[in-house]
Design a protein around this ligand. Structure first.
Ligand code: ADP
Length: 474
């Protein structure tokens, strides 16, 4: 079976969030279970030169907006599997990866260029695995072309929803510019009087997946469907949930090169050294008996930062430390700055994106806070579990699927979770965690329960292979 994964971001070439982690890791994991896979992603200005091995295609002519766009395709295997990076400077050489008025045009182009590239490579894949709204355009193009174009006749599409909140909306009058003039295409994109690339992907793909089982149900509700819940309900028989894997080659406290000391479930002693150095790195006085609460996240409304704002004072009142890594909305950045100014001996902040520091925080912290409003899968709670850092999360999406409540009677569970989006419920779990932390045996039990869980990509890749096989049989 040949699979082409198409994604707007992929590690190590580019990343703004979980989508990048998944799209980078999945092709490698598929290869490991015997699937012939390749990845297609844009070459951004941010893509490091060291990851570009050579130019595979110097003259990738893409029919575009009534003319021809002269793009290139670079080749790399920096993510451990064959990758083509589409080079189209006017679209992708910009200060940031997303956030432009014409994002829909940039990714409509990317989708079309990716399919042009596949055709140029000569053999159509059995499965084209699309990801989020950026690639919804390709779902429509394949569904439409395969009616008359022998090249695509046997190709099937899988569309993965990583985040339903971003839908790639734009004015329907632009559709024809991108080659979507037919009634079929216009219907696929049509959504409340404008065009939605997410809706097109949901409608035109052969099968759908979400990045956790619970999120698969949640997007069928008005609260998380963003106006498209009727469509996900309609297509529920074609929708499966597969929890993202963790790349344990990158996230392994026993070998992680970013850490000052190493540890595993049998010997946790190195974690204390990681904690000492973490406090030092944040210029905090070192007192190892006090717990360190951590947060690593994009500072957006989705991540429940307003709940964090409501409980931070109470956490500090217990004498604990809080460290935060992240950037995003100004009001949340300001909050962290104010908290740090208020308690400089207990609060450490780093505003920005820092992969290496993320590893050291996961290793050095005691508890990880993730009170998300919604969370399609969430990766940090899974990294935390492996690093013996106990997650305190809201029971939504992938957080609910991967974190199990600690039970003092049975000694089972790996973290703490709460339901309603309310600060008092969050705080209850925080106090419960502090109570458990005070008892060394209980705490180590919780840590070990979490560290022994296998959220590897191998498991996830096998489920994707099942999904692909099912899709081909439909
Ligand atoms: P989302 O995709 O919604 O941002 P996920 O938890 O699925 O949330 O994935 C977030 C990924 O981005 C994780 O790998 C996390 O470590 C990383 N991340 C987020 N913010 C930062 C940051 N400021 N510095 C380093 N890594 C970050």
């Amino acid at each position: 079976m040949r699979v082409a994964v198409i994604s707007a971001e992929a590690v190590p070439y580019s990343k703004t969030g979980g989508l990048g982690d998944v799209a980078g890791a999945l092709p490698k994991a598929l290869k490991a279970v015997g699937i012939d896979s390749l990845l297609i992603t844009p070459c951004y200005w941010q893509t490091k030169g060291e990851y570009i091995w050579h130019t595979a295609i110097d003259d990738l002519y893409v029919n575009w907006r009534g003319g021809t766009y002269h793009a290139k395709a670079f080749y790399s295997e920096a993510n451990g599997s064959p990758t083509f990076l589409i080079d189209a400077p006017s679209y992708f050489h910009r200060d940031s990866i997303y956030g432009y008025r014409e994002d829909h045009e940039r990714f409509a182009f990317f989708s079309h260029a990716a399919l042009t590239l596949l055709r140029r490579l000569g053999t159509a894949p059995d499965i084209v695995h699309l990801n989020d709204w950026h690639t919804g355009f390709a779902a429509v193009e394949i569904a439409e072309s395969r009616r008359w174009d022998a090249f695509w006749r046997n190709t099937r599409t899988v569309f993965s929803i990583h985040n339903m909140a971003y839908q790639g909306g734009f004015g329907s009058e632009e559709l024809w510019k991108f080659g979507f003039g037919s009634e079929f295409a216009r219907n696929a994109f049509a959504f409340n009087g404008y065009a939605s690339a997410m809706k097109a992907g949901l409608e035109a793909s052969d099968t759908l997946s979400t990045v956790s089982r619970r999120y698969g149900y949640e997007i069928q509700t008005p609260e998380n469907g963003y106006g498209l819940d009727w469509l996900t309900r309609l297509r529920a028989d074609r929708l499966v949930g597969i929890t993202n894997g963790v790349d344990y080659e990158v996230w392994n406290p026993a070998t992680d090169p970013e850490l000052p000391a190493h540890f595993d479930a049998n010997d946790l002693s190195g974690k204390a050294e990681c904690k000492r150095q973490l406090l030092d790195e944040f210029h905090l006085p070192v007192d190892l008996s006090r717990p360190v609460f951590a947060s690593i996240t994009r500072l957006t409304d989705q991540k429940g930062i307003d709940l964090m704002m409501q409980v931070a004072g109470e956490i500090l009142a217990t004498g604990s430390y809080i460290v935060s890594l992240g950037s995003g909305e100004k009001r949340y950045e300001d909050f962290w700055q104010r908290l740090r100014d208020h308690a400089p001996r207990q609060v450490g902040i780093y505003r920005g994106y820092n992969e290496s520091l993320a590893h050291r925080i996961e290793a050095g912290a005691d508890m990880f806070l993730m009170p998300s409003k919604f969370e399609p899968c969430g990766l940090n709670q899974m990294y935390s579990l492996r690093y013996g850092t106990v997650p305190i999360v809201r029971a939504v999406g992938g957080l609910d699927d991967t974190v199990e409540n600690w039970d003092t009677v049975t000694g089972t569970g790996n973290g703490f979770k709460f339901g309603p989006y309310r600060a008092d419920r969050f705080l209850e779990r925080i106090y419960e965690a502090l109570f458990a932390y005070a008892d060394r045996d209980s705490w180590q039990r919780i840590q070990r329960n979490g560290m022994s869980i296998d959220n590897s990509w191998e498991n996830a890749a096998r489920k994707y292979v099942e999904l692909y096989n099912w899709t081909l049989r439909l």
